[in-house]
Design a protein around this ligand. Structure first.
Ligand SMILES: *Cc1c(COP(=O)(O)O)cnc(C)c1O
Length: 423
């Protein structure tokens, strides 16, 4: 793509953007000057869809007017509320509808998935992750290892960036699998690393790990709603994600899980059970049915009844993804938007900044992680003061995630201009 560094060019890109009207569907937080912030923090908390308010109010109204009868009599009956999310969520992650369930939050779901898919033995007890992994995932994994009576110091295997590098090379992953593959029970990788923005080759990692007999789980917190996914075809065993980052479903929104069909339909798998994972045919026989009969789908991992108020905004936000034409359409703009940011940073010829996110578009999503070699905190303070919302990771990395649903090329241009003035 041929970019130009001038402001007129940025404005022209916005005019030509087929997704430009989607910004109108979101509430844009305003800065002190009453103007919208340049919001590049969608990797932490996505913006609120305007439709979220009405859809939540509908549930509050149904609660007020119908109370217990809303379970079956609400506009969208609460009893089967989670089913309204199944198909749009499945489209986003490249799954069949019976492979997806929206429930709980991400770390809880990682535990539920590990209860089924991390079944360590004396010979095969290790878990393989990338470094740096998100702390919550590390805590979850270490506690699972200890819960099974193993020592995290022996059982946790990490793929590290090489000395002097910040992202993990694919050959490091392959070499670790070759070396430790027969001791690894579970590979738990991010789709996109939260810190560096590196997008992993999920299909390849899955195939290599499965050749060694490992289970493969993918944490899609930074990948879902960011990059196209094909979990079913890639044969991933399970995946989990949260919905408040790129999915814009609001704080604590119901998260999601993928369980590959070949497991989802297997009633023999060990799992932690609750009544909403039970076959609906017998679910309401309550005390008459003491034996758990799992549904033959990812729903079998659902333990409790659906949290309506944290699912309602997710319905509103998933509808926007469909309306935009799904991940292929969004990814097309995203590659351009992030590529433009990279171009502008490089065009400014900085010696004080470097982008640590991989350059290749198939090795990153929308986020760029920018290492600031001098006075990083001053630069971050300047960004905050001038109405940019991005985030800072110690010791010196600024993460900026231009998202195709609500960010503009002109915002990227203005952001890059402020970076450029940091000399
Ligand atoms: C955001 C994020 C989480 C957050 O976990 P919650 O259980 O939703 O609080 C966990 N893991 C990763 C990789 C994340 O990016």
């Amino acid at each position: 793509m041929n970019f130009l560094p001038d402001e007129k060019f940025a404005l022209q890109l916005d005019v030509e953007d087929p997704l430009r009207d989607f910004r109108e569907k979101f509430h844009l937080p305003l800065g002190k000057d009453g103007q919208p912030l340049i919001y590049l923090a969608g990797n932490s908390l996505g913006l609120m869809p305007k439709a979220a308010r009405q859809i939540v109010e509908q549930e509050l109204d149904d609660w007020a007017k119908l109370a217990v009868d809303a379970h079956l009599g609400a506009k969208t009956p609460w009893y089967s509320y989670h089913e309204t999310l199944r198909e749009p969520a499945a489209r986003l992650v490249g799954a069949r509808p019976n492979e997806v369930i929206c429930m709980n939050s991400l770390t809880v779901n990682l535990h539920l998935m590990m209860a089924t898919f991390y079944r360590p033995t004396k010979e095969r007890f290790k878990i393989f992750m990338e470094e740096p992994a998100f702390p919550s995932d590390t805590y979850a994994v270490k506690s699972q290892i200890a819960h099974h009576g193993f020592n995290p110091r022996e059982a946790l295997v990490l793929a590290r960036p090489r000395e002097g590098e910040l992202t993990v090379r694919p050959e490091t992953i392959e070499a670790t699998l070759d070396k430790h593959g027969d001791e690894i029970a579970l590979v738990l990788f991010a789709g996109v690393n939260f810190f560096t923005g590196q997008l992993f080759d999920i299909e390849k990692i899955t195939a290599s790990a499965q050749k060694h007999g490992c289970m493969v789980g993918i944490d899609l917190a930074h990948a879902v709603g960011n990059v196209p996914l094909a979990l079913h075809d890639w044969n991933v065993d399970f995946a989990a994600w949260c919905s408040y980052k790129y999915l814009n479903a609001g704080p604590g929104a119901a998260a999601g899980v993928f369980v590959h069909e070949r497991h989802a339909t297997n009633r023999e798998l060990p799992r932690l059970a609750g009544w909403f994972g039970n076959d609906p045919a017998t679910r309401f026989r309550l005390h008459l049915e003491p034996e758990f009969v799992p549904v033959r789908s990812a729903d079998a991992w659902q333990i409790s009844n659906p949290p309506i108020l944290s699912m309602a905004p997710l319905r509103a936000s998933l509808a926007i993804f469909d309306e935009a034409g799904g991940m292929e359409a969004l990814r097309k703009k995203s590659i351009k938007l992030t590529g433009y940011l990279q171009f502008l940073i490089e065009a400014a010829g900085h010696s004080k900044l470097s982008v640590i996110t991989p350059r290749e578009t198939d090795a990153r999503g929308c986020q760029l992680s920018i290492e600031v070699h001098e006075h990083p905190k001053e630069l971050f303070a300047k960004l905050e003061a001038t109405g940019v919302k991005c985030d800072f990771r110690e010791p010196n990395v600024i993460r900026a995630a231009p998202t195709p649903l609500y960010n503009t090329f002109h915002e990227v241009w203005r952001f890059a201009k402020i970076l450029g003035e940091h000399r």
